[in-house]
Design a binder for this molecule. Structure first.
Ligand SMILES: Nc1ncnc2c1ncn2[C@@H]1O[C@H](COP(=O)(O)OP(=O)(O)OP(=O)(O)O)[C@@H](O)[C@H]1O
Ligand SMILES: [Mg+2]
Length: 236
């Protein structure tokens, strides 16, 4: 019962926000910009995939054929130790390109929904990176309009990618407070943390922009040696 009431109130709130003409124009402009960025990212991903990634995969496969015919290939002290090192570099490059590809393509939420996709990702983190992702939630994802749900999805994905790439943490807690008003999403790790103003990346900037795009906000609390928590608050 109370859930049905929550759904109604959230949707009414969103409807009211859209009534203002200035807001409508801003939302439309933001949406057009997001779509343009999305198209450009897809184009870059396609070129990377069809170009560098395909060539690297071909080079690695040729190397492997050669290695099968030369079982001592690349062994320390062997005549082709140097080639063995080149092979290692090629493999690392391909892995990096694949990771970049995955990040360039913001996948839309799949048929299993936001929570289903999140659970799949949690399984993957445990299996591939030995990071335990604990998920808790109150309320359900359908309490959020689809545009907000999409933003939650992208922000959680980027926050998890940062946990994997930078934190060194073996645990990550994701709290999805759909029923809170404003809604609140929290991604917390117990890793190395970071000090003020790290620069160079686009992840945190992108998360902030996405949050602002739905009238919400992003907060990052990080303590060196203690961990990082990313908060996403929905529109008030
Ligand atoms: N969970 C985290 N633990 C430790 N450091 C983090 C974490 N999240 C972010 N950082 C630090 O903040 C920096 C900026 O993060 P951001 O996501 O903006 O960029 P990036 O991950 O380096 O690159 P990009 O996301 O553009 O691929 C990171 O390089 C890292 O130093
Ligand atoms: Mg990042």
């Amino acid at each position: 019962m109370s859930e049905a009431k929550d759904v109604k109130e959230v949707n009414e709130g969103a409807g009211k926000a859209l009534e203002s003409p200035a807001m409508t124009a801003r939302t439309a402009a933001k949406q057009a910009a997001d779509e343009a960025v999305g198209r450009e990212r897809s184009r870059i991903a396609r070129e990377l995939h069809d170009g560098i990634a395909t060539d690297l995969a071909a080079a690695i496969s040729l190397f492997k054929t050669y290695m099968e015919a030369h079982p001592k290939f690349g062994k320390a002290g062997g005549s082709d130790e140097l080639l063995g090192n080149v092979f290692g570099i090629l493999e690392r490059m391909l892995k990096q390109v694949r990771e970049t590809l995955a990040e360039l393509r913001p996948r839309p939420i799949g048929p299993e929904g936001l929570m289903g996709d999140l659970r799949t990702q949690a399984d993957e983190f445990a299996r591939l990176y030995s990071i335990r992702v604990e998920i808790s939630s109150n309320g359900t994802e359908d309490m959020l309009p689809s545009q907000q749900r999409e933003v939650v999805y992208q922000v959680v994905r980027e926050a998890l990618t940062n946990v994997r790439r930078h934190s060194g943490s073996s645990i990550c807690r994701v709290r999805m407070a759909f029923a809170a008003r404003p809604f609140m999403i929290e991604v917390a790790d117990e890793g190395r943390g970071f000090t003020s103003n790290p620069s160079g990346g686009y992840g945190l900037v992108g998360m902030r922009e996405r949050a602002a795009g739905i009238g919400g906000r992003l907060e990052v609390v990080s303590t060196e040696g203690r961990g990082t928590t990313v908060f996403l608050f929905g529109p008030t």
